[in-house]
Write a protein that binds this ligand. Structure first.
Ligand SMILES: [Zn+2]
Length: 234
């Protein structure tokens, strides 16, 4: 991916950061500073980095599930609105796509579970002594739950949309399934962007990303479909 640089290599996968990702700690650090000085800035930055560690682990969930089916992932790139695991090819069977799509959110379910156990042990999930450490874990638990719910929205090519395509593909084939999932994804993307105009500019970005992503995936599926047709005729 252009404008990104390599940070480290884990399990044979390059972890990259897009240059725009750096805006995130800057923005959150600045807003933390306004509220609570240096300590506030530090808290916000630590939290946003912890959140993106969860996003990175989510992407590793996809990548390692893909590897299980013989699909390598050369790199994972972190962007301000999430992560992208770049797989070398799409899974050939709908069931494989289903497992790979579910593996990401499943990681966040596991993280939320571990955080929940830690909080319970310390006096209750959202009760108990309101120490800074507990507030941190509670917030992290909430955003992990949010990540799971958000990713389950069937906005192809987000995870929920991939799950939708995989399920549809079991009945009507890869190309038709992609057509339907891409249309559903683009309608939802327009909805994200419209909602984002009034609430959060990040949603506008996500809407644009989903819309163009669905378009690209549809073009690729059409290419594969036509290629297979010409091969069948030959
Ligand atoms: Zn995912």
């Amino acid at each position: 991916m252009k404008w990104s640089f390599r940070v480290c290599r884990v399990a044979g996968i390059d972890v990259r950061i897009h240059i725009t990702f750096l805006l995130l700690p800057l923005f959150f650090g600045w807003s933390g500073w306004q509220e609570g000085g240096a300590a506030g800035a530090g808290n916000e930055i630590v939290f946003i980095l912890a959140l993106f560690l969860c996003v990175l682990l989510h992407e590793f969930g996809h990548a390692l599930a893909g590897r299980h089916y013989g699909i390598p992932t050369p790199d994972i790139t972190l962007l301000p609105f999430g992560g992208v695991a770049r797989m070398t090819r799409i899974p050939s069977r709908p069931l494989q796509e289903l497992v790979i799509a579910v593996a990401g959110p499943a990681v966040n379910v596991a993280i939320a579970g571990v955080l929940g156990i830690l909080l319970f042990a310390g006096g209750g999930l959202f009760s108990g002594p309101p120490t800074p450490e507990r507030l941190f874990l509670q917030q992290l638990l909430t955003v992990n739950a949010g990540l799971v719910l958000f990713n389950m929205i069937p906005a192809f090519p987000m995870d929920g949309g991939r799950i939708l395509r995989a399920v549809l593909a079991m009945g009507c084939g890869h190309f038709r399934a992609t057509q339907i999932a891409a249309r559903v994804g683009q309608v939802l993307a327009v909805g994200f962007a419209a909602a984002g105009f009034f609430t959060n500019p990040m949603l506008v970005l996500i809407g644009l990303f989903v819309f163009s992503g669905a378009q690209d995936e549809l073009a690729y599926a059409r290419f594969l479909h036509e290629y297979e047709n010409t091969r069948a005729e030959a």
